[in-house]
Write a protein that binds this ligand. Structure first.
Ligand code: PLP
Length: 454
């Protein structure tokens, strides 16, 4: 990359000398140097070279209301001056966390009326694991410890989060998963459906849950955790047959259902939660990301009244974080949810921008490199293939990364998961910005195809 700004080099040197970046090859990053993002507004980012980039990923799925909303900065500043910190341990509380818990209960599905706050989505899932086991112990069934999760699911990066997740490349580092977590197949028809129709495959994938429950023994299973739509795994939209069959299985066996709503929550699907979109009835929901639009770290676990009733009989829950329900984060989350509600952003996604994005994205299906375009709400995936009919990939060519690099160079952020390009723009994206996104995406697909042929 040629540089117009000498400061870029200085920052990159600081990165090489001192910074260890998440999910990165340290040595490679040291040689290449990171792109330095310096400011943002709406759906756009600017880097240190002055390039303007359309952020098709809302940061890491989180900047729901878009960048640059002064109201959130003001809410943080006001709260910092009034009460910058106090903890919630040992029977104290403060107004912002209590008001936030109420507002979350207002937008959450019926019966989901209690919130345990954490600093992140990963911590939310760690909390879930301990709370599920505590719940069953209180009910006199301490053997119900096993959590069933799915291959290629993503539930965070702490030891429990990475274990619950089904990313094998994460398990390989650090001897994971920890005991008591088992994984079943994911409902990824395009990648794994073989000769089955999508709905046949959806039933097959859902039936894996029942088989696993029977294999482990229902007396040993505490919960099933799943993202309504897998995000980091590649925006995997389950076939229509999948969730109804999972619901039948969950109704049959006495286990808890945990929806990891870290991506789907707070409007991503055009409903407040992914469980609203699919009419799931979870006992717990993990939240983070859209909760604060990423302006400040915060996560949590929303817990159903029925579960809380049991937990109330269990004495102390010996779990919590210094920053559980941090007052500044709570004040920012309150303001974020106020904006989502007052500006009817979720309704606009449902009625206007999601249908428009989905229509425009599907126009890319005619591209020779595209095997499938799928999406729901403001989530989308484009599968890059060598042969559309057989869904055959360009093996070993790193097509996704080639396309991602062209996107960056042409002012668009799309993420590559293998050879699947994914998008999740801010919920405030306009139809004109969607047009720009799709136009740039097509151009980058063209450039990728030429590079492969060249
Ligand atoms: C990002 C994510 C997490 C982890 O959240 P962190 O805040 O990064 O710990 C958990 N679950 C899902 C579905 C996610 O997308």
């Amino acid at each position: 990359m040629t540089s117009n700004n000498p400061q870029t080099r200085e920052w990159q040197a600081l990165s090489s000398d001192h910074h260890l970046a998440p999910f990165s090859d340290f040595k490679q990053l040291k040689e290449k140097g990171p792109r330095i993002i310096t400011s943002a507004k709406g759906v756009y980012l600017w880097d240190s070279e002055g390039n303007k980039i359309l952020d098709g990923m809302a940061g890491l799925w989180c900047v729901a209301i878009g960048y640059g909303r002064d109201e959130l900065a003001d809410a943080a500043s006001k709260q910092m001056r009034e009460l910058p910190y106090y903890n919630l341990f040992f029977q104290t509380a403060h107004p912002p966390v209590l008001e936030l818990a109420k507002v979350i209960a207002d937008v959450a599905p019926e019966g989901m009326n209690h919130v345990f706050f954490t600093g992140s989505g990963s911590e939310g899932n760690d909390t879930m694991l301990r709370m599920v086991r505590h719940y069953w112990a209180i009910k006199g069934q301490p053997k119900k410890k096993v959590i069933i999760s799915r291959k290629n699911g993503y539930h965070g990066s702490t030891v429990a989060g990475a274990s619950l997740g089904g990313m094998t490349y994460m398990h390989e580092q650090g001897d994971l998963p920890i005991p008591g977590i088992v994984h079943i197949a994911q409902p990824y028809w395009f990648g794994e459906g073989g000769d089955m129709t999508p709905n046949e495959f959806g039933i097959w994938a859902a039936n894996q849950l029942e088989e696993k429950i029977l294999e482990v023994g229902v007396d040993n299973v505490g919960a099933f955790i799943a993202e309504p739509i897998q995000g980091a795994g590649g925006v995997i939209i389950p076939p229509d047959s999948y969730w109804p069959r999972i619901k039948e299985i969950l109704a049959k066996y006495d286990i808890l259902f945990v929806a990891d709503e870290v991506i789907c929550g707070f409007g991503r699907t055009g409903e407040w939660f992914g469980t609203d979109f699919y009419d799931l009835k979870p006992h717990m929901m993990t939240i983070a990301k859209g909760l604060t639009s990423g302006y400040i770290p915060m996560g949590g676990l929303i817990v159903h009244d029925d579960v809380v009733e049991v937990l109330n009989e269990g004495g102390d829950f010996n779990h919590g974080f210094t920053y559980s329900g941090h007052p500044v984060a709570a004040a920012v989350a309150l303001e974020n949810i106020r904006i989502l509600r007052d500006e009817k952003i979720v309704e606009r996604v449902r009625t206007e921008t999601a249908p428009y994005l989905q229509k425009r994205l599907r126009e890319l299906s005619d591209h020779p490199l595209v095997g499938e375009v799928r999406g729901v709400g403001l989530l989308g995936a484009i599968e890059l293939v060598q042969d559309k009919a057989t869904r055959k990939r360009y093996e070993g060519r790193g097509v996704g990364m080639i396309c991602r690099t062209f996107c960056f160079e042409n002012g668009l952020i799309m993420r590559a998961v293998g050879d699947t390009m994914i998008i999740a723009p801010p919920l405030v994206i306009t139809p004109a910005e969607i047009d720009e996104l799709v136009t740039k995406a097509r151009k980058c697909l063209d450039l990728t195809l030429s590079a492969l042929q060249g």
